[in-house]
Design a protein around this ligand. Structure first.
Ligand SMILES: C[S@@+](CC[C@H](N)C(=O)[O-])C[C@H]1O[C@@H](n2cnc3c(N)ncnc32)[C@H](O)[C@@H]1O
Length: 239
C-alpha cells in the first residue's frame, strides 16, 4: 500500500485505513521469514499486496483496451519505473514486431511540491537515473523502454520539437502536482491517438488535489472514468 509519501487527507485516503494494520504487520513478518531476492522476483504473488496487484491489473486492462491503436506509451513521473517496465514487458508479449515503445519521463529528483500541493512530501519518490538505466540494460529492454531524464515543466517543449513525430496510445500521468499536470497535459493530449487513454493516478483523490484541479481546468466537462476493480490509478479519460 502506498501512502507513506503523502500527508493523508480527510476523505479518499481514509478509505483503506482498516487495511493498514494488517498490511504493515504482514509486511514486517515477511521481512523476518528469510526469503531471498530471487524468491521476491519469481514468486511475487506470495508477497505483493492485492491493491498493488489491482494497480497492475488496471494497467493491463488499459493496455488490452488500446491494443491495435498506433502510438507509444508514456509515463510522466516514473520513479523506479515499475509501470514503465510493466508496459515494456507487455509490449514484448503482445507487440513483438510493432514499433510501440515506452517513454518514461522523470527528473530523478523526487517530488518538489509548491504551496499549492502541500499534501505531497518534498523529496518523496527520489530514485537514481543510473539505477533505472542499469535495470533497463540488464534486462535487455533498451530497444523498448526509453528513459528521459528531464524537468517536464521546462524541457518537454524542446523534446517534442526534436521528436515531432511522437504519438501515444496511453499516457499515464503520475506527477500529481497542479503545475506539472497543467504544464504537460497540452503536449500529451495533442499527441494522444483518438481512442487512446489518458490515465490519472490521483484524480479525485485528496492526497493530490492539484491533479484534479488541473484536469478540470484543462478539460472542463469531460467524461472521466474509473477502474471499478482498481484502486490507483483512480481514473482515465478516453480521447
Ligand atoms: C509519484 S512518483 C511516480 C511514481 C511512479 N509512476 C510509480 O508508479 O511508481 C512522482 C515522480 O515525479 C517526478 N517528478 C516530480 N517533479 C518532476 C518534474 N518537474 N519533472 C520530471 N519529473 C518530476 C518525481 O521525481 C517522482 O519520481
Amino acid at each position: 500500500m502506498r501512502g507513506k509519501e503523502y500527508t493523508p487527507g480527510d476523505f479518499e485516503s481514509t478509505k483503506h485505513d482498516n487495511l493498514r494494520p494488517q498490511f504493515y504487520e504482514g509486511m514486517n513478518t515477511i521481512k523476518t521469514l528469510g526469503y531471498e531476492t530471487e524468491d521476491f522476483i519469481h514468486h511475487f504473488p506470495c508477497f505483493t499486496g492485492h491493491l498493488t496487484l489491482a494497480r497492475f491489473i488496471s494497467f493491463y486492462e488499459s493496455y488490452r483496451q488500446t491494443l491495435g491503436l498506433a502510438g507509444h506509451i508514456a509515463e510522466i513521473g516514473m520513479f523506479r519505473g515499475a509501470v514503465s517496465f510493466f508496459f515494456a514487458k507487455l509490449i514484448k508479449h503482445f507487440e513483438q514486431y510493432a514499433m510501440t515503445q515506452v517513454h518514461g519521463f522523470d527528473w530523478f529528483q523526487g517530488n518538489q511540491p509548491t504551496e499549492a500541493d502541500k499534501n505531497i512530501t518534498p523529496g518523496g519518490y527520489t530514485e537514481s537515473y543510473e539505477r533505472v538505466k542499469k535495470l533497463v540494460e540488464c534486462q535487455g529492454l533498451d530497444n523498448i523502454l526509453k528513459v528521459h531524464k528531464m524537468d517536464v515543466m521546462t524541457e518537454l517543449k524542446g523534446f517534442f520539437e526534436r521528436y515531432s513525430h511522437l504519438q501515444f496510445k496511453i499516457v499515464f500521468l503520475d506527477a500529481g502536482q497542479h503545475e506539472i499536470v497543467s504544464a504537460v497535459l497540452p503536449y500529451f493530449w495533442e499527441r494522444l491517438n483518438k481512442g487512446g487513454m489518458l490515465i490519472l493516478d490521483q484524480y479525485n483523490f485528496d492526497v493530490a488535489p492539484g491533479e484534479t484541479r488541473a484536469v478540470r481546468e484543462f478539460f472542463g466537462n469531460v467524461q472521466v472514468r474509473t477502474f471499478p476493480n482498481g484502486w490507483m490509478p483512480t481514473a482515465y479519460i478516453v480521447k
